[in-house]
Design a protein around this ligand. Structure first.
Ligand SMILES: Nc1ncnc2c1ncn2[C@@H]1O[C@H](COP(=O)(O)OP(=O)(O)O)[C@@H](O)[C@H]1O
Ligand SMILES: [Mg+2]
Length: 296
């Protein structure tokens, strides 16, 4: 990796140094960057924060990632990803609204703020839909409802644990005819750097975390186009974009976008060095003081 860049200082916010973070860290050091690591349990020193050119956020907890990015940006240092991007990526309902406003293809959706409303949506979606907690990952809580009885059971279980409906709203999506796979696209800056199918023959949830196999594919023209639409809508950054190829409509559509893509296992198969691309993205950040307006 070239070290002809002006010397930079970077704050690396992590939960722990997993293999992924370690590899990013090593590349940064190789490039001559000074890196301070701040784990979730450590004090975030804001007083001197402007000595950093950029903060790279790789916290595992969505709320911690949001918190770190918000404080650091408020104090005037650019974060990767930006607070705004993390905010969007950690809420599937926000995403659905933004995709709609930007004419990005996605499953038909609704946002349910009450349990009762779900019965209405079951009719609207012809008796079958997917319910998703707005903030979750690794397939957790993503549930296929295919009858009134199934919805009764889901609501009953939820109400007993969450009588006040604090975990509402939830996102409701039509069930997409995606075959036995979805597609993960890793984006760094504005570039979709790799795409692979996540194939599962025994689980309709195709997260690799749940055992899906990786099948590397070309970053084809339609994948480039939908990635560009996404970046134009939410800004450049480091993303794991989940796509469906809808076999009924014969189009690509966005399932969701993640802000902290994991790559420890997948890169060994597709061989695209995501850690290096992320480190290079940090090198290319232009130091700029951010004047936060009303988005707090
Ligand atoms: N509307 C849908 N139709 C069909 N399959 C879906 C739908 N939404 C999600 N899935 C499957 O569930 C998986 C997890 O859903 P996703 O929205 O990506 O949540 P998570 O953040 O938990 O990964 C997806 O990778 C996909 O395999
Ligand atoms: Mg996903």
């Amino acid at each position: 990796m070239s070290n002809s860049y002006p010397r930079k200082k970077l704050l690396f916010c992590v939960t722990k140094m997993r293999e992924e973070e370690r590899r990013i860290y090593d590349y940064l050091l190789q490039a001559g960057i000074e890196v301070d690591v701040c784990t979730d349990s450590m004090q975030l020193e804001l007083e001197n924060i402007r000595r950093y050119d950029v903060a790279l956020i790789r916290c595992l907890s969505q709320s911690k990632a949001l918190e770190r990015a918000q404080y650091i940006e408020l104090a005037g240092v650019k974060t990767l990803n930006s607070y705004e991007a993390i905010k969007i990526c950690t809420n599937k309902a926000f995403q659905a609204i933004i995709f709609k406003q930007n004419q990005i293809a996605q499953p038909d959706f609704a946002i349910a703020f009450t349990f009762e409303k779900l019965y209405e949506y079951l009719e609207r979606f012809d008796g079958r839909f997917v319910i998703k907690p707005v903030s979750s990952s690794w397939g957790r809580g993503v549930t296929l409802i295919n009858s009134k009885f199934a919805l009764d059971a889901w609501i009953s279980a939820r109400e007993s644990l969450d009588p006040q409906g604090k975990a509402l709203p939830v996102l409701v999506q039509e069930y997409v005819d995606k075959g036995n796979y979805d597609i993960r696209v890793v984006i760094v800056d504005r570039q979709p750097i790799v795409a692979f199918k996540r194939v599962s023959n025994d689980n309709w949830l195709t997260n690799t975390h749940l055992g899906a196999e990786i099948d590397v594919i070309k970053v084809s023209q339609p994948i480039q186009e939908i990635s560009k639409q996404l970046i134009d809508a939410i800004g450049e950054g480091i993303y794991g974009l989940d796509l469906f190829y809808d076999h009924t409509r014969n189009i690509y559509m966005v399932c969701e976008v993640n802000q902290n893509p994991e790559f420890a296992k997948s890169w060994l198969i597709h061989k695209v060095d995501v850690a290096k691309a992320i480190a290079e993205s940090c090198l290319n950040v232009q130091p700029e003081w951010i004047h936060v307006k009303s988005s707090v």
